[in-house]
Write a protein that binds this ligand. Structure first.
Ligand SMILES: C[S@@+](CC[C@H](N)C(=O)[O-])C[C@H]1O[C@@H](n2cnc3c(N)ncnc32)[C@H](O)[C@@H]1O
Length: 526
């Protein structure tokens, strides 16, 4: 058997970063579910199947602790090690299979064992090996993060996946290059639909899904559908198998998934509120939202937090915005559709968080904030939970000098890479302990800033000179803008916005050096 055990290795995986895997977010998710976050300040953290290693490297650079990871794809391990070499963080990356890794004698016990996008694409034997690693190597008090494709949401797509897999084995797949093979498999399914298939006629969701697949990245499609294994799990089965490893379900790492008001309609909320058993309750919620993907947190030795301790733990947390307040929309998309973020409350908390150059603020400070006097303490906690769950805010830490230096070094590497590639969409913040999404243009503005450019005009000229030297042009409404003036006009608009909103925020997040006196106040750092 090849080293890949039928895992699709012809195309490397995308360079994703997953904020919910940040130890600070795992602690917060425990708190949101009234479970004591027992992770130490400097956890020992294991990621199984790190892919390109973006998440584990960003966490290792930006959060304290020791980070371990394995991914049996050697090309990806090489890539991941480049980021580790850049940050010089405390990180150990291997190209062991899960089985080889489980047999290592040099492993510590872990406070976190995390796997994202792994469980549904590996064999039953490998799933058992992972459960065994969690059972043996997760320290009491530790948490496991596991994301996976689940039922009932994926059920109508099972036949499409089977078609894709058969095309790979018996269709035009064998002779083609990987991208062509995936292209061919999607086209083959589309031809079946056009040939009057009653399956596609009678399953509108499957038809819609196939249309969507036509627009998705080919690397993603390869990893999603072309593996030898595609295992769809019921939440109750996952909970049962981890129960054998002494783990209890805590909640979703994606905070909005846990809030009924963002997931269910009124009837659904009423129905779910009558269900006492946590596993049954979660199963019913999966049916109500037709869930396809879960990001579960389980804890070994979960301790419920009594009311007083729960309140104190919240008060001790600090938060920071991770997008400028003007970029926070008035509505967000969730499982139940568009949900409004009412301005009478959200504008107040956004203003408070943006105050004082976006300085991170403790909840206890926010509770006394002038602008938030109208809000009840629980409102403030709820608003922070929603803003964080939606990716607009994050828990903040007072970073050590080591963490700050690791982030500076990794960010320098990311900026150099932005000159030759657009594959990394994040930079690291020592304040949030993880990655912050920044598109290529913003990375170029950061680069210009670090090169000493200040005003919008200087930034725009710097970026244009770079784009011109590489022959790149901006794109408007899907069309390349050719004229220099037109390109510069667009870049100036973006540069002005960056100077006014983006740069102060990135200074507060310590991605750009802050002017003297910026960043954490001494009071907040305590
Ligand atoms: C879908 S990718 C997800 C990567 C990463 N966690 C992410 O979300 O970006 C799955 C990864 O698991 C790795 N993998 C699959 N089976 C494995 C095994 N038996 N041992 C080690 N790594 C494995 C693959 O090489 C691949 O990089």
């Amino acid at each position: 058997m090849a080293w890949s055990y039928g895992y699709f290795t012809d195309l490397n995986y995308t360079h994703g970063y997953y904020p919910e895997m940040n130890p600070a977010m795992l602690r917060l998710a425990c708190l949101c579910n009234a479970v004591e976050p027992q992770l130490p300040d400097a956890p020992s953290y294991l990621e199984l199947g790190f892919g390109q290693g973006v998440t584990i490297n960003m966490l290792a650079a930006a959060s304290s602790g020791t980070y371990w990871g394995t991914d049996f794809n050697p090309a990806q391990t090489v890539e991941a090690r480049k980021l580790a070499d850049a940050s010089r963080a405390d990180i150990h990356l291997y190209d062991d299979s899960f089985e080889e890794f489980a047999n290592r004698r040099d492993l510590p016990d872990f406070d976190v064992i995390a796997l994202h996008g792994i469980w549904s694409w590996i064999s039953e034997n490998n799933r058992k090996i992972i459960t065994d690693i969690i059972r043996r190597k997760l320290r009491p008090g530790g948490v496991a993060y596991i994301s996976y494709n689940c039922l009932p949401g994926w059920a109508p797509v099972v036949p499409i996946r089977q078609l894709m897999s058969l095309y790979q084995d018996y269709g035009g797949g064998k002779m083609s290059r990987p991208i062509e093979m995936i292209e061919g498999a999607v086209q083959f399914a589309e031809e079946i639909a056009k040939a009057g298939s009653y399956y596609f006629r009678d399953n509108p969701f499957a038809r819609h899904h196939l249309e969507h697949m036509g627009k998705q990245g080919r690397n993603y499609l390869g990893h999603e559908y072309m593996n030898a294994v595609w295992h769809l799990e019921h939440f109750s089965d996952m909970a049962r198998s981890l129960d054998e490893a002494k783990l209890t379900y805590v909640g979703s790492a994606r905070l909005l998934d846990g809030i009924d008001a963002f997931q269910l309609n009124e009837e659904g909320t009423r129905f779910v509120s009558q269900i006492g058993h946590p596993i049954m309750r979660e199963t019913v919620r999966d049916f109500l939202v037709n869930r396809r993907f879960r990001t579960d947190i389980f804890a070994k030795g979960a301790r419920p937090l009594p009311g007083r301790e729960h309140r104190d733990a919240w008060c001790a947390l600090a938060f920071v915005l991770v997008v400028p307040e003007i970029d926070v929309p008035k509505k967000i998309m969730c499982a139940r559709g568009e949900v409004a973020l009412p301005a009478d409350k959200y504008d107040l908390i956004l203003e408070a968080l943006a105050d004082d150059g976006y300085r991170p603020k403790r909840v206890e400070e926010l509770l006394k904030h002038d602008k938030l006097r109208k809000l009840k303490p629980q409102d403030i906690v709820d608003l922070l939970t929603v803003l964080t769950g939606a990716g607009f805010a994050a828990p903040a830490q007072g970073p050590s000098e080591t963490v700050s230096e690791q982030c500076r070094a990794l960010n320098r590497h990311i900026l150099q890479r932005a000159l030759v590639s657009m594959d990394l969409h994040h930079m690291v913040s020592p304040v949030t302990g993880g990655g912050i999404g920044l598109n290529h243009m913003t990375q170029l503005f950061v680069l210009a800033t670090t090169a000493g450019k200040e005003g919008a005009e200087a930034l725009a000229n710097y970026v244009w000179d770079f784009l011109d030297s590489t022959g790149e042009r901006l794109v408007r409404d899907g069309n390349k803008i050719e004229a220099k003036d037109e390109n510069l006009k667009e870049i100036r608009i973006l540069a002005r916005k960056f100077v006014k909103f983006g740069r102060p925020l990135l200074q507060a997040l310590q991605i750009i050096d802050a002017p003297e006196g910026g960043g954490w106040s001494n009071e907040a750092k305590r």
